[in-house]
Design a protein. Structure first.
Length: 230
């Protein structure tokens, strides 16, 4: 499931129904529209987002699978608490998944693709081409997930990657300058470990990358919460 575009968010009229509901509900959680314990019925979601019941149901199932809402019979969706700690928790799960994927992919990733990706990140570092950061980030994580050889693992990584990118768009975690100065080097560390075919080094580099991203995202979520409440 592709929740997100890889660049700027699409206009509401161009976003599929399920995607619009997921995006709207996560935005509402991060911006304080809803808090833990608040309830949203299916009918209320249909009216609020201007879509039919089918995409609402699909979106609620997606969010329930990520632990962002709890579905209760005859009650609709009940929002789970969601703040900086929950952002860290999401990243913790993503880290567990992607560290293992990097370990598995270290001896399987297509060599031609690897060299192309290395060249792309090297160009970004040399040219300060930070605007390409998100696109290359998603391509790299997807390629590593696919190269793990485990389709279920890759699917879960895709789900968490989508929701994390949405959170980054909303809270503004990691500026373009940060991407150039920090994230590019983290990605290169992962790629170089894979180039050397060192599974444990690739896993360690992926862990470091995602732990840094988790800290950045949780700090951004806290700053946004203070701005909204203050």
């Amino acid at each position: 499931m592709a929740i997100l575009s890889k660049t700027a968010p699409a206009s509401p009229s161009r976003i599929p129904g399920k995607v619009a509901v997921v995006r709207g509900m996560v935005t509402g959680l991060l911006e304080g529209t809803w808090k833990g314990g608040d309830r949203l019925t299916e009918a209320e979601a249909v009216e609020r987002f201007g879509v039919s019941r089918t995409p609402v149901r699909e979106a609620l199932l997606e969010l329930a699978g990520l632990g962002l809402v709890e579905l209760r019979r005859n009650c609709g969706a009940v929002f789970a608490p969601f703040g900086p700690q929950e952002v860290k928790d999401l990243y913790a799960v993503r880290t567990l998944l992607e560290v293992e994927a990097a370990r598995l992919a270290a001896t399987r990733l297509d060599r031609d693709w690897l060299f192309q990706s290395l060249a792309a990140f090297e160009r970004m570092r040399e040219q300060n081409a930070a605007d390409a950061g998100w696109r290359e980030d998603r391509k790299l994580h997807a390629a590593i997930a696919d190269a793990s050889g485990n389709r279920r693992l890759a699917a879960e990584i895709g789900r968490y990657g989508d929701i994390v990118q949405l959170m980054r768009e909303i809270v503004g975690a990691r500026t373009l300058g940060d991407i150039h100065s920090t994230t590019v080097n983290e990605h290169l560390a992962i790629l170089h470990a894979i180039q050397r075919r060192e599974p444990e080094a690739a896993a360690a580099a992926m862990r470091n990358h995602l732990e840094q991203a988790a800290e950045s995202a949780s700090l951004a979520a806290e700053a946004r919460r203070r701005k909204i409440s203050g």
